[in-house]
Design a protein around this ligand. Structure first.
Ligand code: PMV
Length: 337
């Protein structure tokens, strides 16, 4: 059995706008997906998942059957999960130059599925890495990030940026602008996450923003403004000393940009009542700033607060199912014992 893990992420700035070539700054967090792979003697694939939100299911496909998996969880979640794993294994077969390779795959994840913390990217990154290594080969993180992006992009019908997959493969904070991807330095930020227990439909949300942007010039301007504030945020991070505690001034300025970013995402129609409620709970608890993270529609918000106040306020906020502090994951994909 070969096991790899990869981290989830939050967007400090720039989701959605990144789809149109603006920069984004995601940041990996210490919540991981672990994927274990065992090569098979036949061409089949068997997937067992013990996900936070999938609650345990097993499906088998490939060979000469085209049966639909018979499982007791919402079919869209199963389809999404199996779709991502199938594409990831396709990339692994391609890297191994063995189009017929079969695998037994086990997924464990403590990243909420579809909640904006990059669960699918983490599963895809860890699955490709574990499948390649299970056959005694290795793959470098840049190639892995590219293959994971190809897999995600296929599942999402071409509407994906490199942000999630690159961040999960590399760890730390990264900047992504079109095909230009690079790690950046960032101090350890006091990140607090609120999760409403739900999930948005990334494809639908991205399509909604595209439609608005095509129809209204001011929506296109909003996307560009997100790009501008992301550049401003990057500049602040670049000026900070990554080895030092972030200064109160830095947190205050980053927080203002996060607040602004949330407002613009909300204007583009990708927030929700529960995300707005959590953002307001964080602001009322005097977080430095708060915004939704990821595609939106439901899922998670990220706030900056050095004190315990935001986490506590979120715990009592209606609609917030879980609140937790997230540490920066400096390591991206890694081999596990
Ligand atoms: O919700 P997530 O973690 O899948 O993030 C989606 C981010 C988008 O910018 C909306 C789409 C993308 O692929 O960048």
């Amino acid at each position: 059995m070969t096991t790899s893990s990869a981290p989830g992420k939050v967007y400090l700035f720039g989701e959605h706008a990144v789809v149109y070539g603006e920069p984004a700054v995601p940041c990996a967090i210490e919540r991981r997906a672990r994927v274990s792979v065992e090569p098979r003697d036949d061409h089949r694939v068997r997937v067992e998942a013990d996900e936070l939100t999938l609650d345990g299911f097993t499906v088998e496909w490939g060979g000469d059957t085209d049966e639909q998996p018979d499982v007791d969880v919402p079919s869209n979640l199963v389809e999404a999960a199996t779709g991502y794993v199938d594409e990831a294994l396709g990339q692994a077969r391609d890297a191994l130059d063995d189009p017929e390779a079969g695998f037994d795959v086990t997924i464990e994840s403590d990243i909420p599925l579809g909640g904006g913390l990059g669960s699918s990217a983490a599963v895809v990154v860890a699955a490709i890495d574990a499948a390649v290594r299970s056959r005694g080969e290795s793959i470098d993180p840049e190639e892995l990030a590219d293959r994971a992006y190809q897999a995600e992009s296929t599942v999402q019908g071409g509407e994906a940026s490199r942000a999630d997959t690159y961040c999960s493969a590399m760890g730390g904070a990264v900047r992504v602008e079109g095909d230009d991807t690079r790690p950046i330095e960032a101090p350890e930020l006091p990140l607090v996450i609120g999760y409403d227990g739900g999930a948005g439909d990334t494809g639908e949300l991205v399509a909604g923003v595209r439609a608005l942007k095509d129809e209204y010039e001011f929506a296109a301007d909003t996307v560009e403004t997100i790009g501008d504030l992301t550049r401003e945020g990057e500049q602040l991070l670049a000026e900070a000393d990554p080895g030092e505690e972030p200064s109160p001034v830095l947190l205050d300025e980053l927080g203002d940009l996060m607040d602004f970013n949330h407002g613009l995402l909300s204007a583009l129609g990708v927030s929700s009542r529960s995300l707005d409620r959590m953002v307001w709970s964080a602001r009322e608890a005097e977080a430095e700033g708060a915004k939704l993270t990821g595609a939106g529609g439901g899922g998670c918000i990220v706030a900056l607060d050095r004190t315990q106040a935001t986490r506590r306020a979120l715990e009592y906020s209606p609609g917030c199912e879980q609140a937790f502090r997230a540490e920066l994951a400096t390591e991206g994909v890694r081999a596990e014992e």
